[in-house]
Design a protein around this ligand. Sequence first.
Ligand code: FPP
Length: 211
Amino acid sequence: MESKSPLNKENIPEHIAIIMDGNGRWAKEQGKHRLFGHKNGVTAVKSAVEGAAELGVKNLTLYAFSTENWNRPKREINALMQLLVNSINNETKTLNKNGIRLMAIGELSSLPSSCLSSLNKAIKLTEKNTRMNLILALSYSSRWELVTAVKQMVKEALEGKFKLDEINEDFIQSYLTTANLPNPELLIRTSGEMRISNFLLWQIAYSELYF
Ligand code: FPP
């Protein structure tokens, strides 16, 4: 991929997060079905992943399916899950070839079993890759993440595993799904909507936002 403008290679973000939005509206504008938009979304994901890896970004997090997305029509959910399974199955080899490690955050247990098993298989097959982490946020929302983290913290506190004084920002961060990742320096949302939509609320406290 060729860059459009000269880039300062010394200043590449370590972590970029993307809210993938607008597939449906883009398809409608072309007079096509929403699924056509999602299929083209997969093509866009591929070039974003390739571009990020080439630039030396170490972590790329994609908001692929939010907890709110479960409210979409069942047919669209099924189609999205199928698209996800196919993409993961088709791309694992390329991920390995390019040194990209697949990871996932979110309430993964709520994914259909075929999706979860493809995901886990690809996660396992790419776990030794170190060039870039590709983190899929699936059935993810930030409030879900915070509720889960608080429950776990309170459980451990009741078991006497830590003292109140030990709680600080790093401590809280260590209970999040992104515990071992740096916070994103850059958050991008496609489609033109200027909202965060329950994505990485804690982690983007200091991120630059690009809509
Ligand atoms: C947002 O467009 C996009 C999604 C909810 C799904 C994106 C997921 C995929 C393309 C599946 C494959 C993903 C990977 C990582 C391979 P929208 O439907 O919200 O568009 P709209 O706002 O115009 O309705």
